[in-house]
Design a protein around this ligand. Structure first.
Ligand code: FMN
Length: 157
């Protein structure tokens, strides 16, 4: 277990030594199987890793879940001593519920922020959201990155 976690812990320690823990965070995605990533004991692995983060005084831990059956937020949040960020697949309602229930200190938006440069304002107003165009994910150029319209109809500055 210690060997499995060593690389990421060494990298974090080096970053903290250079920049300070308040400027370093980590995102983990337990059980995400992209590129055939497989872990026979993901709960034990991630619990161990998060416990080891304690001494680093990181700015945050972000846990993103993509179809995991285990409630990793319930498992990992109590093990971490800093700001706990929940994010992946959230919408305004589920994010606000997570915050109100104390399940997270902050919530993270990826696709929705990409497509809505004024996402906080849209949430404030209850305004409709632009839908992210997956065809322009990972594509070069400005299209799909800086050309989603603001609420007032203008493009990005
Ligand atoms: C275009 C795009 C590329 C992404 N690339 C990565 C990546 O390389 N590594 C990673 O851990 N997460 C990646 N993410 C996930 C985000 O970091 C974030 O965890 C996720 O988008 C949050 O979920 P949401 O989009 O449902 O709000 C990407 C997301 C988007 C929209």
């Amino acid at each position: 277990m210690a060997n499995r976690a060593r690389f990421v812990l060494d990298v974090l320690a080096a970053m903290v030594a250079e920049a300070g823990g308040d400027r370093v965070g980590i995102k983990i995605s337990p059980e995400m199987n992209f590129n055939d990533i497989v872990d026979a004991h993901p709960q034990e692995t991630y619990a161990y890793l998060v416990e080891q983060l304690r001494g680093l005084d990181l700015a945050y831990l972000h846990v993103a879940l993509f179809g995991a059956k285990t409630d990793y937020h319930a498992l990992l949040r109590p093990l971490f001593n800093g700001a706990y960020l929940m994010g992946s697949g959230l919408d305004q309602k589920s994010a606000e519920t997570a915050l109100a229930d104390g399940r997270a200190d902050a919530t993270v938006f990826g696709g929705a922020f990409l497509a809505n440069p004024d996402l906080p304002e849209r949430f404030r107003q209850g305004a409709p959201l632009n839908i992210p165009d997956k065809n322009t994910f990972y594509s070069p150029g400005a299209q799909g990155y800086t050309d989603y319209p603001f609420l007032n109809g203008t493009g990005a500055a």
